[in-house]
Design a protein around this ligand. Sequence first.
Ligand SMILES: Cc1cc2nc3c(=O)[nH]c(=O)nc-3n(C[C@H](O)[C@H](O)[C@H](O)COP(=O)(O)OP(=O)(O)OC[C@H]3O[C@@H](n4cnc5c(N)ncnc54)[C@H](O)[C@@H]3O)c2cc1C
Length: 385
Amino acid sequence: MDDDQEFRREIRDWLAANVTDELRGAGGAGRENEAFEQRRDFARRLAAAGWSTLAWPVEHGGQGASLARQVIFHEEYARSGAPGRVDHIGLTMVGPTLIGLGSDRQRKRFLPGIAAATELWCQGYSEPGAGSDLAAVTTRARLDGAQWVITGQKVWTSLAHVADWCFMLVRTAPVPAGASRHAGLSYLLVPMRQAGVTVRPIRQLTGDSEFNEVFFDEARTERDLVVGEPGQGWRVAMATLGFERGAATVGQQVGFQRDLDDLVTLARRTGAADDPAVRERLTRAWIDLTVLRAHTLRVLAAPPATGTATVIKLLWSRWRQGLGDLAMTVLGPRGIAPAPGDDEADRWRRLFLFSRADTIYGGSNEIQRGILAERVLGLPRQDRR
Ligand SMILES: Cc1cc2nc3c(=O)[nH]c(=O)nc-3n(C[C@H](O)[C@H](O)[C@H](O)COP(=O)(O)OP(=O)(O)OC[C@H]3O[C@@H](n4cnc5c(N)ncnc54)[C@H](O)[C@@H]3O)c2cc1C
């Protein structure tokens, strides 16, 4: 326990010394491209100081830190106003997947670059005809000697414009007669910087471009850069999704608390807090966040039960959308069309607009409720043929 306090002091001191004014708050919701180079440098310094891979096992280059320490790290990180991470897809998705299901050679080749933030990753699952229904992916790969040759299109690929590598779900064999569509899919690791890969940014509501269309036209990767067996990629793809959050959720909620505190301050300053309806909504937001944090900590401390991660995703995505709506009420017309240079209004407008995506990515809220209906409540399965 005392050691944990010492650990908290250490990370707090490190962040105080390294989070410059330029970095503070950069890269928040809807501002993914802000100060990108500086944030990448920061991620590399964070990694060099040993803070990036707390959750990874020691034998794979991590710190094997206790859950309590991971929570402390994420709390302090969020409290310090440290910037949005550029390396989270590697650290929390493909890294743990390789640790659990990759080959020795894949681990040796990729884990050091992920840990050091020298190689950034993106996730190539969704396609124009395959989002919630992920097994419908049609991007295909065939073997040509010692290489896979990949053709097709991915979409909504976050950070593809800065990524060095992409982990992808592709079809490598037709669905065997009578088998489920999950058969014949493979999980490939594909270099992004090659002639056969074209990245086209998609302009979002916020005006920024965080995600992209990615076209694969006879793109290539080595034969042994398939994770798990060829044709068995569905299991690997689902394992990656299972790794997505963990202790980082607590840090995210510390950030939510800061957003709420800032909104309360703004509402007092503008006089919006004199409106009884605004006061009630601010108070409700505080209560809901308090309950969400208590629930998250309880879930993290207990053995995982079916549906608990899903409940947290449903609650936080709705909470942040509610905060965005409330911010627009507090700001009034100023929030709808911020004057040039009105950074305060711009921050809330971006949060409001970006939070529309919170109930879509990582599995839409409708899909999450469907999972709870079937797996927790035991309701009849939906027909998905
Ligand atoms: C900000 C952002 C970042 C993203 N980043 C990535 C990324 O990096 N890599 C990646 O691969 N993907 C990414 N995505 C894509 C995301 O995973 C998909 O948008 C999501 O899975 C939904 O798929 P879809 O957009 O094709 O919508 P659809 O699946 O077409 O769904 C449309 C609507 O129908 C509803 N619906 C669909 N099926 C059912 C059902 N069975 N029951 C009830 N309702 C249903 C959905 O809930 C939704 O409201 C990102 C998306 C966003 C918004």
